[in-house]
Design a binder for this molecule. Structure first.
Ligand SMILES: Cc1ncc(COP(=O)(O)O)c(C=O)c1O
Length: 382
């Protein structure tokens, strides 16, 4: 092609999730790799989607999202975090958190702007920064607790730093930010005038009686933060590709400028279905217990194995450390587990930009009890 197809992302191949899921299917393994449930979506939500399809909502939704849904989100955030987001100007419905994140980064990051990203991390942040000609500055979090060292963060800030991306609760480690973490972040963001992109897609998955702290609860963070959420994660509908972004008006104006040319608007009948479903607060308040039971079951079974674990505090991912079992790389270990033992996981080095390998594998426990038991029975024999 005479260089016409010169890659803007030469370092990016097929992501680790697609790779492990494909291999899992090839070897008919139990798939605890990718982060999605293997149980059914609530029939009530499916019926609501049918209702709105039958009522004829087949044309474009409003660019910023269905108003009823934005109102429901505004109420939910006020109820959970005591912070009011204006449904007209501070909430936009997106095609999943992925689009919310891409759109936000595109709206604010210019050539040579530096963006702080923790590593390991979910994989969609860095490519968005790179495509906008920004520079990602990675800060490594260490196993097994993956706690942020805020002094280290401060030391990595330069005159070019424009944004810091946090993910709380954190994929892949399952760690959560404490109140003190958010206070530390607030001081740093204020001192260096940074934007904060806060990926909170697992806000409802926090265990052991702990609370999720959102950036909107801290006045000096709220005014400079963009927070992203996922209906896919919350309501077991990752395939519907719906989520949302919250930001104060002056930031949202810029986000919407990009959003309207990115997707214009998102799936209309499904937004309406969710707008009814989300009105029942138990539909999201029950999630903590629901997933904690699954985490506890998985850990109970794994306790009899040679894997070591620190119980995750949030998300639906549990890391298992295999240092006592083998010295091979986490990639090789994950591949062997699929090919020889029939259980798929994700090697954590796949989330690390320096490919740091601390012998951790990530297992998704958003699965039926029987799936977790079958996988657990295999893992305890290794
Ligand atoms: C931390 C994190 N952020 C964002 C996403 C993407 O969410 P969505 O499916 O709504 O695009 C995921 C999906 O796995 C995730 O784990």
């Amino acid at each position: 092609m005479n260089g016409l197809n010169k890659s803007k992302l030469p370092h990016i191949g097929t992501n680790i999730f697609s790779k492990m899921s494909l291999m899992s299917a090839q070897f008919n393994a139990i798939n605890l790799s990718q982060g999605y449930p293997d149980f059914d979506t609530d029939p009530e939500l499916i019926n609501l989607s049918k209702k709105y399809l039958n009522l004829g909502f087949h044309q474009y939704a409003p660019m910023q999202g269905v108003l009823k849904l934005r109102k429901a989100i505004s109420e939910k955030h006020f109820q959970l975090y005591g912070k009011y987001y204006d449904e007209e100007e501070e909430i936009t419905i997106t095609s999943g958190a992925t689009q919310a994140i891409f759109t936000t980064i595109s709206a604010f990051i210019n050539k040579d702007d530096e963006v702080i990203i923790f590593s390991p991390s979910y994989d969609c942040y860095e490519p968005a920064v790179t495509l906008n000609k920004g520079k990602s500055i990675f800060i490594e979090l260490e196993s097994p607790n993956f706690k942020v060292d805020w002094q280290k963060v401060e030391l990595s800030i330069s005159s070019k730093t424009k944004m810091i991306i946090i993910n709380n609760p954190h994929n892949p480690s399952g760690s959560i930010f404490s109140h003190q973490d958010l206070l530390d972040l607030e001081i740093i963001a204020e001192k260096y005038n940074l934007l904060v992109l806060s990926d909170e897609v697992y806000e409802h998955l926090v265990y052991d009686g702990k609370s999720h702290f959102s950036v909107c609860q801290y006045a000096n963070l709220f005014k400079r933060s963009i927070a992203t959420f996922s209906f896919g994660k919350t309501f077991h509908i990752t395939g519907w590709r719906l989520g949302y972004v919250l930001a104060p008006k002056d930031l949202m104006i810029e986000i919407r400028k990009v959003h309207q040319f990115n997707v214009f608007s998102c799936n209309h009948p499904l937004q309406l279905a969710i707008s009814d479903y989300i009105e029942k607060e138990e539909n999201f308040l029950k999630l903590n217990d629901f997933y904690q039971q699954k985490r506890d079951l998985f850990l109970e079974i794994i306790a009899a194995s040679r894997f070591e674990s620190v119980p995750c505090k949030g998300t639906y991912f549990q890391l298992l450390n295999y240092s006592k079992i083998s010295k091979i790389s986490d990639n090789e270990m994950a591949e062997n587990l699929i090919k020889i033992n029939g259980v798929a996981s994700i090697p954590v080095s796949g989330f690390s930009f320096s490919k740091i390998d601390e012998k951790n594998l990530r297992f998704c426990f958003a699965k039926k009890e029987e799936t977790l038991k079958r996988a657990g029975d295999i893992l305890i024999k290794i």
